[in-house]
Design a protein around this ligand. Structure first.
Ligand SMILES: [Zn+2]
Length: 229
C-alpha cells in the first residue's frame, strides 16, 4: 500500500519509476557494465538488526532462456556452485505487466553470516521486426541478512510491485536501432548525429525508436501516482 510518506524515484535514463518506503535511498544510478549488462540503479534501505538491505536492478539482453522455469533451474545450478550452504526456499512465476517473471528466494552463507536473497527477473520479449525479437531480462536482486529478512522482504516486495514503466516503454540506453528513419510517434525524420531512443514498448510488444522530444513528453513517462493522493 503506497502512502504519502513514500518517495517517488524516477529513473530518466530507463524511463521507469519506483515508490520507495521511508529510509530507502539511491546508492548509484546508470552504471554501464560490460555490454549487454546495465545497472539502472542500486538502492539501500535503513539499518536493520545487522545490516542494510539493498536492491540492485540489472538489465541483460538475450543470452539464455526467456522461459522463467528453465531460467530458474539454470540459475539454481549456478548459485549452488557459487554460494556456500545454498538453499532454495521457493520459486514462483508471476506475470508483471503481462510479461512472465521468475521469483526465487534463497539462503546462503558468506563471511558476514547467513544471507537471504529475493531474485526477481521479468522477461520482456518484444519484436524488433518481422524476423527478429529482443529479449531483455529486467532483474531485481534484493539482498539482506537472514536475521532481518522478515521485515526487509516486505519492503522488497512492496518496491518491486511499485514498478511503473512510462507509456513510451523501457528505454535501452545502450541501444540504437539501425536503419530507422523517423520517430514512430511524431514522424519527424532523425537528423544526422541524432541518437534515436530505443524503447521496449509494453503495449505493442515491439522495440520502437522515438525522438528526444517525444521521450520527454510527460504522458510518455512514469507518473508520480502518489502526488495525486
Ligand atoms: Zn518524436
Amino acid at each position: 500500500m503506497p502512502t504519502s510518506k513514500n518517495i517517488f524515484y524516477l529513473n530518466k535514463e530507463s524511463n521507469f519509476a519506483l515508490s520507495l518506503p521511508v529510509g530507502w535511498e539511491v546508492v548509484y544510478e546508470n552504471h554501464y557494465g560490460e555490454f549487454p549488462f546495465f545497472e539502472p540503479v542500486r538502492i539501500v534501505g535503513p539499518q536493520g538488526i545487522k545490516t542494510k538491505p539493498y536492491i540492485t536492478i540489472v538489465t541483460v539482453f538475450g543470452g539464455g532462456t526467456n522461459n522463467p522455469l528453465e531460467y530458474m533451474e539454470e540459475a539454481e545450478r549456478e548459485f549452488r556452485k557459487l554460494f556456500m550452504n545454498f538453499r532454495l526456499d521457493s520459486k514462483n512465476v508471476h506475470n508483471i505487466f503481462l510479461f512472465p517473471s521468475a521469483w526465487m528466494i534463497f539462503t546462503y552463507q558468506n563471511e558476514a553470516g547467513f544471507r537471504k536473497e529475493l531474485n526477481v527477473s521479468i522477461f520482456f520479449v518484444v519484436r524488433i521486426n518481422e524476423s527478429k525479437i529482443l529479449e531483455l531480462r529486467f532483474q531485481f536482486i534484493c539482498e539482506t541478512d537472514e536475521q532481518q529478512a522478515d521485515k526487509d522482504f516486505t519492503d522488497f516486495e512492496r518496491i518491486i510491485n511499485s514498478l511503473q514503466i512510462g507509456a513510451a516503454g523501457i528505454r535501452l540506453p545502450q541501444l540504437t536501432l539501425a536503419g530507422v528513419k523517423s520517430c514512430l510517434f511524431c514522424d519527424k525524420p532523425f537528423t544526422d548525429g541524432e541518437k534515436p531512443n530505443a524503447m521496449i514498448n509494453l503495449k505493442s510488444h515491439r522495440l520502437i525508436s522515438i525522438c528526444d522530444k517525444c521521450k520527454d513528453k510527460p504522458e510518455n513517462q512514469p507518473i508520480d501516482v502518489l502526488s495525486d493522493l
